[in-house]
Design a binder for this molecule. Structure first.
Ligand code: SF4
Length: 229
């Protein structure tokens, strides 16, 4: 295993965030919990989802229970989480999985992508975390960590390709889901957008942006085109 990956995983083992949808260390994650949390997190903060997730799984302990509930009830329970299209897709996806897949989520990125409400990031997150598929789940946190680690200064969105290649090179065959979650946690708590805590970072010795003193300038965003008057 690459030493960057090994150090990131060791840091995760010691500092991972305790989130209600995560399985305890060493236990197999429940694909239903992983999927549900990823849909909830699409446009809602971790703090809010952390509060609301337990009530959802208490009321609907598995995908079949969710699928058997009228849409209106799911929409009512979604109140306050915003973007109701997500709740509609959540329900539609639950019905497909319950009725056509025997209540089991598919394990491949391609099959997950065909389900309602699942885009490239969510498919990669579910496949890697729930099923151990070695694929990078590129959210804003992982993008920021990769851009800084390798000093990738091609502005986004064009820079996403280089960032994805860097992440692909690091993703391990063992524990790919933990790698993705470790990068998410590092980006959220240490390699923060505005005020990176490089002194507390397990990757400091490898980080080109830190060495060059340019961490806060990365990832770069493309300059906005002036609006026509
Ligand atoms: S050393 Fe600093 S900039 Fe580099 S990955 Fe760590 S926190 Fe981010």
């Amino acid at each position: 295993m690459n030493s960057i990956t090994a150090q990131l995983l060791a840091w995760y083992d010691a500092h991972r965030r305790d989130l209600p949808w995560r399985a305890p260390p060493g236990a197999r994650p429940d694909p239903y919990h992983v999927w549900l949390s990823e849909i909830m997190l699409q446009q809602t903060t971790v703090a809010t989802v952390r509060r609301r997730f337990p009530a959802f799984v208490a009321r609907w302990p598995d995908v079949r229970a969710l699928a058997a509930t009228p849409l209106e009830e799911v929409l009512a329970a979604w109140a306050g989480l915003g973007y109701y299209a997500r709740a509609r897709n959540l329900h539609a996806c639950a019905r497909v999985v319950a009725e056509r897949m025997g209540g089991r989520f598919p394990a491949s990125v391609e099959a997950l992508r065909r389900l309602p409400g699942i885009g490239p990031y969510t498919a990669a997150a579910v496949a890697s975390i729930a099923f151990g598929v070695p694929v990078a789940a590129l959210d804003a946190n992982l993008e920021r960590v990769m851009a800084r680690l390798f000093a990738i200064d091609t502005p986004l969105p064009a820079g996403k390709r280089e960032i994805a290649e860097a992440a692909r090179a690091l993703i391990p065959k063992e524990r790919p889901g933990d790698f993705n979650q470790a990068a998410m946690d590092l980006g959220a708590t240490v390699c923060r957008a505005r005020n990176p805590q490089c002194d507390a970072c397990p990757l400091r010795a490898h980080c080109l942006a830190h060495r060059r003193g340019i961490a806060t300038t990365l990832p770069r965003k493309a300059a906005k085109k002036p609006k026509p008057v």
